[in-house]
Design a protein around this ligand. Structure first.
Ligand SMILES: NC(=O)c1ccc[n+]([C@@H]2O[C@H](COP(=O)([O-])OP(=O)(O)OC[C@H]3O[C@@H](n4cnc5c(N)ncnc54)[C@H](O)[C@@H]3O)[C@@H](O)[C@H]2O)c1
Length: 257
């Protein structure tokens, strides 16, 4: 069903984006990745299973750079069918210590980056009459804010709003737009999120707060990238043909606590 489709995944060099790229490739989807760094590990993993992959080093918040990537993908494969806006940053900081530069950077990557990629790809969908789909990786923090993540939580709330707004405007063109709201997922980024640059110690209440995110549903307590990738595959597929503007929570029950 997904075979022969083309997917653009941002932030696919590691973590959730890497898993989504590899799982889509297993379904026969051709994969293009945009990341700030080289996506060598993702490429190797996809090529090992006979998949097709190209990757670009670019910043999702740089409109010209993303435009260049989208043009190159369409030159190579003539189309894009699936966009996954996954690239995101989540540096921790006390609200009173967040610099304006930091809050701007978080919004640039998480919100403006999602906006830029979505707008460019939506234009392509419309010009080629592609009934494509956009999947935004939001966060449970965008529903109930996380401690020391005032800036990040607000940016992910904006991603949820963007999702619904785009879904509404693009409905007539049969372009589906949905968001996934992950809870705590064990990735490289979470192991080292850029902790409290202005303070040497991690506050004790932060560790307690983190533990509360652990889910009794699974032995690993925190979710794995595959939990999010499985939802992305479903949303990208024909099985989700009646779903748009939806916010799919995959959080092990965390938002219930
Ligand atoms: N891991 C979690 O617990 C969790 C929970 C909720 C939401 N999320 C969201 O899921 C997404 C992926 O998270 P992750 O834990 O896999 O992160 P990660 O840090 O492990 O990987 C993120 C990838 O995005 C890339 N990236 C960062 N800024 C970029 C930019 N400006 N342009 C292009 N690429 C860029 C990084 O280089 C990296 O490869 C993020 O949007 C994050 O906010 C994660």
């Amino acid at each position: 069903m997904l075979k022969e489709k083309v997917a653009l995944i941002t932030g696919g060099a590691q973590g959730i984006g890497q898993e989504i790229a590899c799982k889509l490739a297993e379904e026969g989807v051709r994969i293009a990745i945009i990341d700030l760094k080289k996506s060598s590990r993702t490429e190797k993993q996809i090529e090992k299973t006979g998949g097709n992959v190209i990757s670009f080093i670019a910043d999702v918040s740089d409109e010209n750079a993303v435009k260049g990537c989208v043009e190159e993908i369409t030159r190579k494969w003539d189309k894009i069918d699936i966009l996954v806006n996954n690239a995101g940053i989540y540096p921790l900081e006390y609200f009173t210590e967040i610099s304006i530069d930091l809050v701007k950077r978080v919004f640039d990557v998480n919100v403006i980056g999602t906006f830029i990629c979505s707008q460019l790809v939506a234009k392509l969908f419309i010009s080629k009459a592609i009934e494509g789909t956009i999947i935004n990786i939001a966060s449970a923090a965008g529903v109930i804010p996380d401690k020391y993540h005032v800036h990040y939580s607000a940016s992910k709330a904006a991603v949820i709003s963007l999702t619904k707004g785009m879904a509404m405007e693009l409905l007539g063109q049969k372009i589906r737009v949905n968001a996934i709201v992950p809870g705590a997922i064990m990735t490289k980024g979470v192991k080292n999120p850029g902790l409290f640059e202005n303070s040497k110690d991690i506050p004790h209440d932060f560790l307690e707060f983190q533990r509360k995110k652990n889910s009794p549903l699974i032995p690993t307590a925190m979710g794995e990238p595959a939990d999010i990738a499985n939802m992305a595959i479903f949303l990208a597929s024909e099985k989700a043909r009646y779903i748009t503007g939806s916010i799919m929570v995959v959080d092990g029950g965390r938002l219930l606590l």
